[in-house]
Design a protein around this ligand. Structure first.
Ligand SMILES: NC(=O)c1ccc[n+]([C@@H]2O[C@H](COP(=O)([O-])OP(=O)(O)OC[C@H]3O[C@@H](n4cnc5c(N)ncnc54)[C@H](O)[C@@H]3O)[C@@H](O)[C@H]2O)c1
Length: 372
């Protein structure tokens, strides 16, 4: 296979996930990703990452976007900055990968998807967990009919994040909360494996309004929760299947992170991490453990989503983690909260081009990567 030139990218937003997730995992794909610089509104953070990984410290987003060498940005800013930063980058002709949620409002997500499309740019959005070896293995087996007709799925993710995240207040601010922040994990898995959701029934509330940061330089700071921090939803999929999700920044439930059920069996896996094994249900033997497939990364390989973007740019192929699916996921979250306020189910109107399981080997392993 012919060698391709790595795509020159800048990380915008150099906080926790940039430092511990994206920078090290992007460095695992040097044949596809060239991290040429870093930008943060707090320059001590961009300087720290540049010191660790090499590359330029950009003083502003404008400076990044005016640099013709930069082909793509990796948007790891905080939730409310996702849409404005991605939109400015797309308008400047840069390809974009955004952390989830794609935006805080579906209307803004629509503008992003339309801008990327009209500019002919690639636009990917986290979570990239579906690119994991476990997730692809299970999806392919469902696709091939191993558990019969899919009838339902269950998902959960959450916990008390003010005890471990130094900026937990931003995750509990208006229009964020667990539904926009963590529901994208099981919802991305469900919509990938089942298809679009047509109606959402939501039940959500503010459970613990007064909190305090327990970690980081602002530890001891009290804050008021301004978004629903606890709730459930029942989803009706277009194909007749049903979903149930539970998300809370108040407690962490033992409801499975991700289970999918068919007429002839089911699977239970992590919606977030790769390499944590597979549980399979059969009518004959109940739940049995299986090892993760060979080559699985243990944890969430943040670099895979960026490798997908880079490979898609160079080969001019569609991306696997598309902005239009992320927009659908965001709309589901928005409709869940709307349904909870109205006390009645709400239709979900956006749709996305349904992806298919990835070919083996994955695009990023074709060029000599030892990971993933
Ligand atoms: N921490 C996690 O475990 C985790 C996991 C998955 C996804 N994420 C997502 O990643 C994003 C970032 O999370 P984090 O934990 O790294 O947060 P963080 O608060 O540690 O870092 C965010 C960084 O973005 C910078 N920033 C904010 N607005 C900016 C702007 N307009 N321009 C430039 N820089 C800007 C901040 O100064 C900060 O350094 C969030 O949207 C979150 O949902 C976080």
């Amino acid at each position: 296979m012919s060698k391709i030139e790595p795509v020159r990218m800048v990380i915008v937003g150099c906080g926790m996930i940039a430092e511990h997730g994206y920078q090290p995992r992007c460095q695992a794909y040097p044949h596809l990703i060239d991290l040429v610089g870093y930008c943060d509104q707090d320059s001590s953070r961009s300087e720290a990452l540049a010191k660790k990984g090499g590359g330029k410290v950009y003083e502003s987003l404008e400076e990044v976007l005016n640099d013709e060498r930069v082909e793509a940005i990796i948007n790891l800013t905080i939730h409310k900055a996702h849409a404005p930063v991605s939109l400015a980058a797309l308008k400047a002709g840069k390809h974009v990968h955004s952390e989830k949620p794609i935006a805080l409002r579906t209307a803004d997500a629509n503008e992003l998807v339309d801008t990327a499309s009209s500019m002919g740019l690639k636009f990917t959005c986290a979570p990239s967990a579906m690119l994991g070896a476990v997730q692809q293995n299970v999806w392919k087996r469902i696709h091939d009919g191993e558990i019969g007709e899919v009838i339902s799925a269950v998902g959960s993710f959450g916990g008390r994040l003010e005890y471990w995240h130094p900026n937990a207040d931003a995750f509990l601010g208006e229009n964020v909360g667990p539904f926009r922040d963590v529901a994208p994990y099981p919802l991305t898995a469900m919509t990938t494996m089942i298809g679009p959701v047509k109606r959402a029934h939501g039940f959500a509330r503010v459970a613990v309004p007064q909190r305090m940061l327990h970690q980081g330089p602002r530890a001891g700071t009290k804050f008021t929760v301004t978004e629903k921090d606890h709730g459930f939803a029942v989803l009706e999929f277009e194909n007749g299947a049903h979903g149930f999700i539970y998300h809370s920044f108040t407690i962490n439930s033992h409801i499975p992170a991700y289970e999918i059920h068919g007429t002839n069996g089911g699977f239970s896996i992590q919606a977030h991490d790769d390499g944590r094994g597979i549980r399979k249900f059969t009518p004959q033997n109940g739940w049995q453990d299986e090892d993760s497939p060979p080559g699985a990364f243990t944890g969430l390989d943040w670099g895979k989503g960026i490798a997908d973007l880079a490979d898609a740019i160079r080969r001019d192929r569609p991306v696997y983690r598309s902005g239009d699916q992320a927009r659908h996921v965001l709309e589901i979250c928005e409709r869940i909260l709307e349904s909870s306020d109205k006390g009645e189910p709400v239709d979900v109107v956006s749709r996305f081009s349904t992806p298919i399981p990835m070919a083996t080997p994955s695009p990023w392993s074709c060029h000599g990567s030892k990971t993933g």
